[in-house]
Ligand binder design. Structure first.
Ligand code: NAD
Length: 493
């Protein structure tokens, strides 16, 4: 059944001004499951206007009042646990096992975290001198635009929404065109939790249209963006006209380094997890594996054997661990990289084909794929594939491993697998990435900052650091000298 959805503007559910719609397709079987408004810049203007109208009221609430809305939202999310999980599985193909046990509970936890942590935000008193008082205060930015990707449709918006709301901003959210349904549902739940009309507005439509209009809107103070590096570059250009503040969480091509003293079995478990979780559609997914030559054969054999056991198929079944990738053109792009890797001479060890079973035939599936004997010069070892494809290469020395890990235009994350934590720490210091894990890969907590360097972007989501991203630090100076004429005025006399 095709469900019809509306967008959320100023607390009202409305159609696009033109009445046009876009289809949402279930990637597991190609069925059209929803229709959402195909908004344009006229709708976006209305959403920004609604957010602008709501901004003074929301900013003037106490931190405790805003925090309570977030806590309530966390509970409301869990009250709709199964509904949200099914919606995300349907629009994105992520297995229900994951959306039930990971995405939805984490969304609830995020709101809880921001509700708590924002209440201990402080300003500073600066020791300039006894003849003045110099303090800093944190103020909301006003209307913020949040543009999010499809790979974790709910979680990626919650990372930003929680921080932006609790610090007193009003939000215009532009969810991913192919998977906007969970974000629309979260907008409804935010209202149910007590967010006043206009605090959360959700506009669906093409990025090149409503996304660009949001980035260029003069009344939008900041864009919090998560998505592709190429889109991030475009947004930087467009935002320069209004000198808009930006947070950019972009692509990654993440290295996984296995040192000669690593626990091989632990590294293999971590490798399969970090390459294939969410069908590899994770910005921090490990996709370049550098394994010391002494362990190479053992690691490769064990990784291939374990990856073979991953059950792919209907994502609505609890036993499925690998669902389809998010849309047909994305499947085609992944297959193009797989062909390129074969042509470049990488050795295909597993997968590389479209699974053909009753459950996968009509969906956009790519089997977990592993290549050995890879070289960093191969295109697929440099470009973000964003699919279940791992490339493995042997190395001889630690210096070589660090150089290989750093041989990328991205700087999002990396992991080092070793029993020697002292040396691991030294290596972590040499790797240019926003996160380096030792004996782990992909794990992220509310309390830990998330964000990259190089072409993976800048700014931080999560942790207390994100509170800085959604506030402006204002310096207020109070003259206490009691003198109308200060000594420095003499410079003009
Ligand atoms: P995308 O850049 O195609 O789209 C992201 C969002 O931007 C969508 O809502 C889209 O509609 C919108 N958009 C597209 N063109 C736009 C434009 N010209 N102006 C304004 N908005 C526009 O990315 P995607 O394919 O949805 O997501 C995958 C990418 O996201 C990958 O590169 C992945 O690494 C990255 N990602 C990064 C992180 C991180 O934390 N660094 C997290 C998740 C995903």
């Amino acid at each position: 059944m095709v469900q019809e959805f509306k967008v959320l503007i100023g607390g009202e559910w409305v159609d696009s001004a033109t009445g046009r719609t876009m289809q949402v397709i279930n990637p597991a079987n190609g069925d059209v499951v929803g229709k959402v408004p195909k908004c344009s810049s006229a709708d976006l203007d209305r959403a920004v206007e609604a957010a602008k109208k709501a901004a003074p009221g929301w900013a003037s609430k106490t931190m405790a009042e805003r925090s309570k809305v977030l806590l309530k939202l966390s509970q409301v999310i869990m009250a709709h646990h199964e509904e949200l999980a099914k919606l995300e599985t349907m629009e994105h193909g992520s297995p229900i096992r994951k959306t039930m046990n990971f995405d939805v509970p984490l969304c609830a936890e995020q709101f809880e975290y921001f509700a708590g942590v924002a209440r201990s935000m402080t300003g500073e008193t600066l020791p300039v001198g006894p003849w003045c008082s110099s303090i800093t205060v944190k103020e909301p930015l006003g209307v913020v635009g949040l543009i999010t990707p499809w790979n974790f449709p709910a979680l990626m918006v919650v990372w930003k929404l929680g921080a932006a709301m609790v610090t007193g901003n009003t939000c215009v959210v532009k969810p991913p065109s192919i998977a906007p349904l969970t974000t629309l549902k979260l907008g409804e739940l935010a209202m149910e939790a007590g967010a006043p009309p206009g605090v959360v507005n959700v506009i669906t439509g093409p990025g090149e249209d409503v996304g660009e209009a949001l980035v260029q809107h003069p009344d939008v103070a900041k864009i919090g963006f998560t998505g592709d590096t190429a889109t991030g570059k475009r947004i930087m250009n467009l935002a320069s006209n209004s000198v808009k503040s930006l947070g950019l969480e972009l692509g990654g091509k993440n290295a996984f380094v296995v040192m000669p003293d690593a626990d091989v079995d632990a590294a293999v478990e971590g490798a399969v997890w970090s390459a294939f979780f969410n069908s590899g559609q994770v910005c921090a997914a490990a996709s370049r594996f550098y394994v010391h030559e002494s362990l190479y054969e053992e690691f490769v054999d064990k990784m291939v054997a374990m990856a073979k056991t991953l059950r792919y198929g209907d994502p609505m079944k609890m036993e499925t661990v690998i669902g389809p990738v998010a849309y047909a053109a994305h499947r085609d792009k992944i297959e193009w990289y797989i062909d390129g890797a074969k042509k470049a001479g990488a050795k295909l060890l597993l997968g590389g084909e479209r699974p053909d079973t009753e459950e996968t035939r009509n969906g956009f599936f790519v089997a977990p794929t592993i290549f050995g004997n890879c070289a960093n010069t191969m295109e697929f070892m440099q470009e973000e594939i964003f699919g279940p494809v791992a490339g493995i290469a042997p190395f001889k020395t630690q210096e070589e491993a660090v150089a290989l890990a750093n041989d990328t235009r991205y700087g999002l994350s990396a992991s080092i697998w070793t029993r020697d934590l002292r040396n691991g720490m030294a290596m972590a210091g040499q790797i240019k990435a926003g996160t380096v894990w030792l004996n782990e890969h992909l794990i992220v907590f509310c309390e830990t900052p998330w964000g990259g360097c190089k072409q993976s972007g800048w700014g931080k989501d999560l942790s207390t650091m994100v509170l800085e991203e959604y506030t402006m630090t204002k310096h207020i100076y109070i003259d206490l000298t009691g003198q109308p004429v200060k000594p420095w005025y003499g410079l003009l006399k």
